[in-house]
Design a protein around this ligand. Structure first.
Ligand SMILES: C[S@@+](CC[C@H](N)C(=O)[O-])C[C@H]1O[C@@H](n2cnc3c(N)ncnc32)[C@H](O)[C@@H]1O
Length: 330
């Protein structure tokens, strides 16, 4: 072990989020414009060997205990199953993936076999017309099939991430929870954050965690779930006495930066110490210039040492990072 990824506020990063691509096959209105984005050039993307080298440094030298694959849409990465197998071979770490679920029906069993532990699937509605309105694609059935396949493959507990948008699906919180409880999926609502490529986020328009608690509370009895929150961002509630739960992630209105244990690697090899950071450490260029593992590890340590106390969304001087969520890795 070379060192730990400590920052100057007493936090230690142990959870690595790795973006495998910035591309996506959905166009969620709160994430990307309808026409998509200019994708990162292929030669800028880390190869599988480069990814494995960097993740290996994190695991073997820097105390990384969890790796979450994300994007863009990670299922679009060619050779994903083999890549998961190589990450598994790095050691006894927790490997999970955040995905929109399209194509998961085909790959869930192979991913589980290769060593993936769990998935979080993003699903904001179970109504086909609202799904098409939000994602600009008619793929609800694929996502539902992907969820079922993930559960059968043992990629559980299967979690669902949902974002509520005012006037679009904010009337569907209870319905979505009911649907998830019936199927044994663990639902988490996430507050919309200022990370969309179009910069359309608005503080006055966003649906707050307090509103979501109110809507769910009108239909269900929510009580704090007997699980330590720790560094997990969701405030977890038992629903009607359990065993079902629901999580509410209040990233904007009740930030949990003091508990953050994350570090992020983008698909083009930039290390980020915060989702909202405006600075990145360019590991790809350094790696392609022939830097040693020890020097790469040292760059991680320096990058994490500069982590700020909080994301700053609520500061008057807040500026959205230049990279959208899809190119950072949510
Ligand atoms: C960027 S996606 C990437 C992984 C994968 N494509 C997926 O859909 O899960 C990861 C998560 O970020 C969420 N997300 C995207 N933009 C967001 C925003 N502005 N605020 C909050 N969550 C956002 C998505 O809903 C999704 O759950």
């Amino acid at each position: 072990m070379t060192g730990r990824l400590n920052d100057s506020f007493g936090r230690t990063a142990t959870d690595l989020r790795v973006s495998l691509t910035d591309r996506c096959n959905l166009r969620c209105s709160y994430c990307m414009p309808a026409e998509g984005l200019e994708w990162l050039p292929g030669q800028d993307q880390l190869t599988d060997d480069e990814l494995i080298r960097l993740i290996g440094i994190g695991v073997h030298h820097l105390g990384i205990e969890e790796v979450r694959l994300t994007g863009g849409e990670p299922l679009l990465r060619r050779g994903l199953v083999a890549l998961v197998g190589r990450i598994r071979a790095l050691g006894d770490i927790d490997i999970s993936m955040t995905t929109n679920g399209i194509g998961l029906a085909r790959s869930a069993a192979a991913l589980a076999e290769a060593g993936l532990d769990r998935v979080n699937v993003s699903l904001d509605t179970v109504r086909p017309e609202t799904f098409a309105q939000i994602t600009r694609r008619n793929r609800l059935e694929d996502v539902v099939a992907g969820l079922a396949a993930a559960q059968s493959a043992g990629l559980g507990p299967v979690k669902i991430n949902a974002v509520l948008l005012r006037g679009v699906n904010d009337d569907q919180a209870g319905e979505l929870l009911h649907w998830c409880l019936e199927r044994g999926y663990e639902l988490r609502f996430i507050e919309q954050m200022p990370l969309d490529a179009q910069h359309s986020w608005s503080r006055t328009d966003m649906v707050t965690a307090a509103e979501i608690r109110g809507w769910l509370g009108a239909r269900y009895t929510l009580s704090p779930a007997p699980v330590r929150r720790g560094s997990a961002p969701a405030d977890l509630f038992s629903v009607d006495g359990g065993p079902g739960t629901v999580g509410i992630i209040a990233s904007v209105t009740e930030p949990f930066c003091g508990d953050c244990d994350r570090v992020r690697l983008t698909s083009d090899g930039q290390l980020r110490n915060c989702l909202f950071s405006r600075d990145e450490s360019d590991l790809k260029t350094a790696m392609r210039a022939g830097i040693s593992d020890e020097e790469l590890a040292q760059r991680w340590v320096v990058a994490l040492g500069a982590k700020k106390a909080g994301h700053g969304i609520n500061d008057p001087t807040f500026l959205q990072p230049p990279r959208p969520m899809s190119a950072i890795g949510g």
